[in-house]
Each structure stands twice: as structure tokens, then as C-alpha cells.
Design a protein. Structure first.
Length: 470
């Protein structure tokens, strides 16, 4: 007696009706009469000894999710077998690696004994990426031939893309269920009993931090790779040296860091060509990748390496920088640089780390970016001092920069974006925006000062659309 074809019209107590409503929602039945019909049908079948309760017909969504779950389980089993194969075998035969990655229904998860004490917990669960990413790169590095490495890399890339595709399908399907049933409005269904006024707010809460983090990581990596690859080289060299000192057994992967150069846009060189190369390729440590996953780590590492490369900066040669690079190097804001440029007040001279530099606008580079020339005046100062040493001269003070006050190692960034300032204060961006709207200027300055690691108060500039220190 199919449930959909049976129409019942009965009167039930209020408490029983609530139970029927819950049963109807759980099994996604169209009406209360259909729920009653299904209950009665199951009851009659039980008392007649025919069979146990009839299963509810699966919906399209449940079928999709079940199929995806099976695919994910199969993928997890395949990845586990790859691990077992690579740990037990010392051969570089690419054929065995390819065969181990072929899909099969009979693969089983390896036992704890294969991995040793405590390592079984690092197995891949479903399609999740392992926390210890270095394991994959260590296995790649352990292969002896280019053929084996190519096969390993190609198959792993294929598995990762399939995993991503599966994850997106699952995520899209579950998001559709949450949206269609307005689950985001029910507190006991949501994590932390948090509710949302709209699906848009729920989606942003879940995905915006992740998207912003990846975009920021991508922009930082692209900027460094295109404009200052030597910074990345320095990070890799320093990490490799640290691993050697500590006797770490964590393998590293050889990778060349290159930067495209054109005739229209000169390459930025900051003296790393004089540093001896440890290998023909630059080792990329997994710990470096982990460090770049946070903006604070990126800023601290870049700041440290920029200070180091200032010591090796070619003093007599002019280098070319973009507007943002000049701003970071000199401490001037981009607005100040543009005012000097359009006002005809170039060149300007600034002091950085006790060395005087001349900054002038050069030309427009590729993609319409403004390029500035930065040249050290240290050689000029030395020659002047040598000429003065032959005759007594009255003492004079250190040259004062025309455009800005001297920049020291401990100088703080004068202007920050909202994202940068919220990270500096270690305050969530949503909280930061709310405080900015609710507080007066004096209250906001006092609040930022109490949260700033150096006790600096900040204010918002409508002209610059950024925050500056008071």
C-alpha cells in the first residue's frame, strides 16, 4: 500500500500530531495523512510477520550525497594505499606507482603496524588534505628518476583536482539544502546555536574569511615573485640553513624562483646575485609554506629580509621600484609620492637605515605601472668626506630628508588599510568595522591605542581612505 496513494482523514490528539509532524519532516513526507499511512502500513506488515518497517524512499539529494560519500571513501582508500606503497618500496619504478593509484573496490586501509606508533592517525580521512603536507613532498623527493617523479606528480595532481571537484559538489548540494529549508534561521541546527537573518549572511560568515585569506596569500606570493624574487630566495636559503643546523630530516623540494623580465620593465635587483648559491635549485621547505599561510608571518618575514637585503643593496646603482615598493621602502605614503610627482617636486631625498637615497620618477612600465628610480647617495657622501678630510671643515649635522622624517628600524607604518590595522590590533574585521561606526574619533583612538602592541592610537583619513597613526 504505497504511502503516496493512501488518503486518510483522521482526528488525532495535539501531542500525537506534534509527533506526526516531526516524523513527516524527518522522512520528507508531503502530508500528515501520508505519514499516518506509512506508519499504519509498517504496523500491519510487522503484525502479519511479513517484514520489518519499510524504508523511506530516498530523495534525489540523499542519493547524490550517498554517491559522493562512496566516491570520497574510495579516494581515501586509494590515497592510503599510495602511502603504504611508497613507505615500503625503495624502488624508483614509475610503473608501480601508477598501478598503485589505479581505482579499485578492494583496497583497504593499512593497519597501524605499517606506519609505526602514532602515525596511523595521519591517514587521509575521505577527501581531506592531510595536516602534514610535507609527507607528500618527502615522498616526491625520495624518488630517484625523473620518470617516477613526473608520474607521481601527475597522479597526485589528478587526485587533488578530483577531490576539489567532489568537495565543491558536496558543498554546493549542502548549501542548497540549507538555503531551501532556511536552516540558517534555526538555532539548534547551527554550530554554536548561531542564527542568521539571511542566507547571504550565512554564506559570507562561512566563506568570506577563507576567500580573503587565499586572495591575500595569492597577492603576496605574486607580488614577491614578480617584483622581488630575491626575498623568496632569501627565505628559502635561510630555512634550508636552519634545517641543516638543527639536523632536521624533513626533506625539501627543489624549486627555481624566477621572475619574468621585459624590455619595458627592468628587473629589480637587490644584490642577491653576489650571494653564493647552495644548490642549482632553491629548496622550498614545507615550513616556509606553512608560515606564509598567515599574514602576520608574511609581514614579519618580509620585513626581516628587507632589512637584511638593505645591507647588500648596490650603493652606486639605481634600482627601479613600483609606487607601493617605494612607499614601503621610504615610509612615504603613495598619496605623498603622487603629490610630489604631480607638483613637480622631484627628485626627493630620504634617509633609510642611516643611508641617504634619491627618489625620482622614471617612467611607466608594463601594465601601466609607475616605476621609480631609487639611488643611494652613500658613495657621493663618502667622496665628499674624503675631500673634506684634506682641509679642516666645520662640522655639520646629518642631512635631513626633504620629504619625510628619518626612517629607523623601529619605525612603524604611518598609514595602514583597514585589513592591515585590524590584523595589527588582532581584532576581527567585523568587530573592527562595528567599533569604527559606533565610536567617536576620540573613543576610536583610545580603543585602538589600548589594543595596539606599541600603544599607538589610530585615526581614519577620509582623503586617503586609510588609517594613520596619531
Amino acid at each position: 500500500m504505497p504511502a503516496n496513494n493512501t488518503k486518510l482523514s483522521i482526528s488525532v490528539p495535539i501531542n500525537a500530531k506534534k509527533q506526526l509532524t516531526v516524523f513527516q519532516q524527518e522522512h520528507k513526507i508531503n502530508s500528515l495523512s501520508g505519514a499516518v499511512s506509512l506508519i499504519l502500513e509498517n504496523y500491519f506488515e510487522q503484525i502479519q510477520g511479513q517484514k520489518s518497517a519499510q524504508e523511506v524512499e530516498p530523495t534525489a539529494d540523499s542519493v547524490l550525497i550517498n554517491n559522493l560519500s562512496k566516491r570520497l571513501d574510495e579516494l581515501g582508500e586509494r590515497l592510503a594505499v599510495v602511502e603504504a606503497q611508497l613507505r615500503q618500496s625503495k624502488t624508483s619504478d614509475a610503473t608501480k606507482i601508477i598501478e598503485s593509484l589505479q581505482a579499485t573496490q578492494s583496497l583497504k586501509q593499512p593497519h597501524d603496524g605499517v606506519y609505526g606508533s602514532g602515525e596511523a592517525a595521519d591517514l587521509y580521512l575521505g577527501w581531506e588534505v592531510p595536516a602534514n603536507i610535507s609527507y607528500v613532498f618527502n615522498r616526491f623527493q625520495s624518488l630517484n628518476t625523473d620518470e617516477a617523479k613526473a608520474a607521481f606528480a601527475d597522479k597526485w595532481i589528478g587526485l587533488c583536482t578530483k577531490s576539489l571537484d567532489t568537495a565543491l559538489i558536496v558543498c554546493y548540494s549542502l548549501l542548497s539544502l540549507v538555503k531551501d529549508n532556511q536552516m540558517y534561521q534555526v538555532s539548534h541546527w547551527m554550530e554554536g546555536h548561531k542564527t542568521y537573518t539571511s542566507f547571504k549572511h550565512y554564506f559570507e560568515e562561512r566563506f568570506q574569511p577563507l576567500v580573503e585569506k587565499w586572495l591575500q596569500m595569492e597577492s603576496v606570493h605574486k607580488f614577491v615573485l614578480e617584483n622581488s624574487p630575491q626575498i623568496l630566495e632569501g627565505m628559502l636559503r635561510a630555512q634550508n640553513s636552519e634545517l641543516s643546523k638543527n639536523g632536521s630530516v624533513d626533506a625539501v623540494v627543489g624549486q627555481e624562483v624566477t621572475s619574468e623580465t621585459t624590455n619595458n620593465q627592468p628587473q629589480t635587483k637587490l644584490g642577491w646575485s653576489e650571494v653564493e648559491s647552495i644548490d642549482t635549485t632553491l629548496p622550498t621547505s614545507i615550513e616556509i609554506i606553512d608560515q606564509i599561510t598567515t599574514t602576520k608571518a608574511v609581514d614579519q618575514k618580509l620585513e626581516q629580509l628587507e632589512k637584511e637585503q638593505l645591507q647588500e643593496l648596490p650603493r652606486s646603482e639605481a634600482i627601479f621600484m613600483t609606487t607601493s615598493e617605494v612607499s614601503q621602502f621610504s615610509g612615504l605614503t603613495t598619496s605623498q609620492l603622487n603629490r610630489y610627482k604631480h607638483g613637480g617636486n622631484l627628485p626627493i631625498e630620504v634617509i633609510v637605515e642611516g643611508v641617504e637615497y634619491r627618489i625620482d620618477y622614471a617612467k611607466k612600465g608594463e601594465q601601466g605601472r609607475n616605476l621609480w628610480s631609487v639611488k643611494s647617495l652613500e658613495e657621493k657622501q663618502k667622496n665628499q668626506q674624503l675631500r673634506r678630510s684634506s682641509a679642516p671643515m666645520p662640522s655639520r649635522t646629518q642631512p635631513v630628508p626633504i620629504a619625510t622624517q628619518p626612517i629607523t628600524q623601529n619605525s612603524t607604518t604611518p598609514v595602514l588599510t583597514q585589513t592591515a590595522l585590524s590584523e595589527r590590533l588582532d581584532i576581527p574585521r567585523s568587530t573592527f568595522r562595528r567599533k569604527k561606526k559606533q565610536m567617536s574619533e576620540s573613543e576610536f583612538a583610545e580603543w585602538t591605542s589600548s589594543n595596539d602592541p606599541q600603544g599607538i592610537a589610530w585615526a581614519y583619513s577620509e582623503e586617503l581612505k586609510q588609517y594613520y597613526s596619531l
